[in-house]
Write a protein that binds this ligand. Structure first.
Ligand SMILES: Nc1ncnc2c1ncn2[C@@H]1O[C@H](COP(=O)(O)OP(=O)(O)O)[C@@H](O)[C@H]1O
Ligand SMILES: N[C@@H](CCOP(=O)(O)O)C(=O)O
Length: 327
């Protein structure tokens, strides 16, 4: 999150008249995150999150995200619920942006995730994958292989200003990943696609909720696993932590066992996940809107992670044994 679009108190109070949420007591912009504008609202009925959808989110996709949260919540996943206005609709408009209010989830996201958090995420991700199995609406992943080249093109000219040689490094990796190696036959379903530590809440060591479904889509379930390996299983110095990866993969496998093909594809999927976040971060790093309350994320963190995955020869390097997860 971030605040790209300011909302004045009287505009917000007017907006809230469409809802049965009581009186606005206070609100504040949330600086965390990078995608959308988010406000924490306190009304006489409780706490809520107001999101104004920005840049990467297509308005036509919003019904998917909102219905998905409702579906997952009905199938045992603790996630925010969209709040319907008096007209029965969850999606409205504020400051010219699509806007929705969702329920507030208790918990905090782990600033320094440990192996117990990683196991919690593994179990939570697998449960989310199972819960999404019968979700009827489909949304293609706009940030899979075909979506990476336009991001590269948007950043290529200035990539070497961020790190000398970055342009050639990205170009070679893109050529490799888009040259026919990307898997097409792995089990698919609804994936979160952005399950980073700031999108998973814990109360103590126990996962209490999953937020931020604005990248959710249909894609390979193992790609979501690869995204989490990147997001959860590296240390602040960007070294890979196999203990965390094993905890994550074993916990995932206890709920939904990865097939042999999925395991074999993990190093490749992890490379794809790394370049996807490298590219979006690079574009954001080079294009911070003037005046926006946002802290762009470091693209080079993902260049280092990508180099690690390039050196991986099999899923064993992630802590998996060939026959599948070990207890
Ligand atoms: N339903 C929620 N309950 C509690 N806090 C939330 C909720 N949704 C978002 N937040 C807070 O806002 C921050 C950014 O939200 P996020 O959805 O990740 O932003 P973005 O829309 O930019 O992806 C989170 O890290 C969290 O602190
Ligand atoms: N997780 C992405 C950025 C988008 O995530 P947000 O939930 O913080 O808005 C990254 O780390 O690059």
């Amino acid at each position: 999150m971030a605040v790209y679009t300011d909302v004045a108190a009287d505009e917000l109070a007017d907006f809230l008249k469409q809802y049965d949420l009581g009186e606005l007591l206070s609100y504040k912009g949330i600086a965390e995150g990078v995608e959308n504008t988010n406000f924490l609202l306190h009304t006489s009925h409780g706490s809520f999150i107001l999101t104004l959808y920005e840049k990467r989110v297509a308005k036509s996709d919003l019904p998917f995200f909102l219905a998905l949260m409702t579906h997952l919540a009905e199938h045992g996943v603790t996630c925010p619920l969209p709040v319907k206005a008096k007209d029965g609709e969850a999606l409205h408009e504020l400051q010219g942006r699509p806007a929705a209010i969702i329920t507030f989830l208790e918990g905090i996201w782990p600033r320094k995730p440990n192996a117990v958090h990683c196991a919690g995420v593994g179990e939570g991700l697998a449960r989310m994958h199972l819960a999404g199995a019968n979700f009827a609406i489909k949304r293609a992943n706009a940030l899979s292989v075909a979506g990476w080249r336009p991001l590269f093109d948007a950043a290529a000219d200035r990539a070497d200003d961020v790190q000398p040689g970055l342009r050639a490094f990205l170009s070679a990796e893109l050529d490799y990943l888009s040259g026919g190696v990307w898997p097409t036959n792995l089990p698919e379903g609804v994936i979160h696609a952005d399950l980073f530590n700031d999108n998973v809440f814990f109360l103590g060591d126990k996962l209490s909720g999953i937020i931020d479904f604005t990248f959710a889509c249909n894609d390979m379930l193992a790609y979501d696993v690869a995204i989490c390996l990147n997001a959860w299983c590296f240390e602040p110095d960007h070294s890979f932590n196999v203990t965390k990866a094993r905890a994550f993969l074993n916990a995932y496998g206890r709920v939904r066992k990865l097939s042999e093909a999925e395991e074999a594809a993990l190093p490749l999927l992890a490379r794809g996940a790394a370049i996807r976040f490298l590219l979006t971060r690079l574009v954001d790093w080079l294009n911070v809107p003037p005046g926006a309350l946002v802290k762009p994320k470091d693209p080079l963190e993902y260049a280092r992670k990508l180099r690690f995955h390039q050196s991986v020869s099999s899923a064993r390097d992630y802590g998996l044994m060939p026959s599948g997860p070990v207890a």
